[in-house]
Design a protein around this ligand. Structure first.
Ligand code: BEZ
Length: 211
């Protein structure tokens, strides 16, 4: 059965470009981005991994550990990482899972047989420190992901985890947020002392509470 939001992320042991890992041990108390690639030595994947490495400080700032996956071997990953570092001017320092027997890909439904019988699609999971799945996105092999969007969603997930708010369309860190519909309008001033604006009884905006 497919994994869904709110499900527990399956744990696994796997070979990676940095040796064997236990996924949960690797994560500790961090948030996680687990993302799959169709294959090593492919152009779009090379740019995606380069972009991820370039955003290292952004992921660290958000307490996020990154781990990639493709169904090629650890030796292949190590050679490819050299190319990524050279061509994208980065240092890939996160592990890439060598999922040669496709166990992790199967557990996370990263193979979509009608897209490719053998290669993983571009799946991406954001996992919270309690190991629940908070975001699932799937892109085709032909479209590289937007890693600014992934950081933006992580900002929203971490904010809405702490406060009774939601983030509106195209929201970015620092912008006004939506007060949760579960909060009665008369209770807003006590909970959100920075003020609020009622556009409609069901649409109440407030400044981002942790800014
Ligand atoms: C790529 O990463 O460039 C790629 C992989 C599989 C199919 C198409 C593109």
């Amino acid at each position: 059965m497919s994994l869904r939001l709110g499900d527990k992320a399956p744990n696994f042991k796997a070979q990676t470009s940095q040796g064997e890992i236990d996924f949960y041990d690797y994560l500790g108390d961090s948030w996680a981005v687990l993302f799959s690639h169709p294959a090593d030595y492919t152009p779009v994947c090379t740019t995606e991994l380069g972009r991820t490495a370039a955003l290292k400080d952004e992921f660290a700032k958000r307490n996020v550990k990154v781990i990639a996956l493709s169904v090629d071997s650890a030796e292949s990953h190590k050679g490819w990482i050299k190319d990524i570092n050279e061509t994208q001017d980065v240092e890939v320092d996160f592990p890439i899972i060598a999922d040669e027997n496709r166990e992790v890909a199967e557990a996370y439904n990263m193979i979509h047989p009608n897209a490719s019988a053998t290669a993983t699609v571009r799946s991406l999971f954001v996992i919270a420190p309690d190991k629940t799945i908070k975001l699932i996105i799937t892109y085709p092999a032909s479209t590289g992901r937007n890693f600014q969007e992934i950081l933006r969603v992580i900002d929203s997930l971490q904010l809405t985890d702490k406060y009774s708010v939601a983030t509106p369309a195209d929201w970015k860190e620092g912008e006004d947020v939506v007060v949760s519909p579960a909060i009665k309008t008369e209770d807003i001033p006590a909970k959100f002392p920075k003020g609020f604006r009622e556009v409609k009884p069901y649409l109440r905006l407030t400044p981002q509470p942790n800014k």
